[in-house]
Unconditional design. Sequence first.
Length: 124
Amino acid sequence: MRKRRSDKVRLRILKAHNHTCHVCGGKIDPGEGWDLDHIIPLALFGEDEESNLAPAHRKGCHSAKTATQDAPAIARAVRRETRHFGAHAPKREIQSAGFAPRPPQNRATKPLTKIAVDNRRPTP
């Protein structure tokens, strides 16, 4: 569960990282918006402790890191876990109901009945 950090704790984390964004390495100026970012995301079993938190610029850096690094890694981990536990059903071709069954065919052992046909031409 994600905790709300007090201003005192946020400032302590910012000072511990020398007022630098851990994503781009740029300086975080006073009054500039910044967030606490989990270095190892919670979804990847990162801890919600100060040791796993670092400051990141609110605009650009934090949202870009989440979208380009964290989200794909989390999705990949979920797919691996799903396959590992066998919950993933393998893809199969769509199978139709098929055609209606045909009537049985005449067999060679059964005598065939021929219709007598008069092949003679009629006389004019």
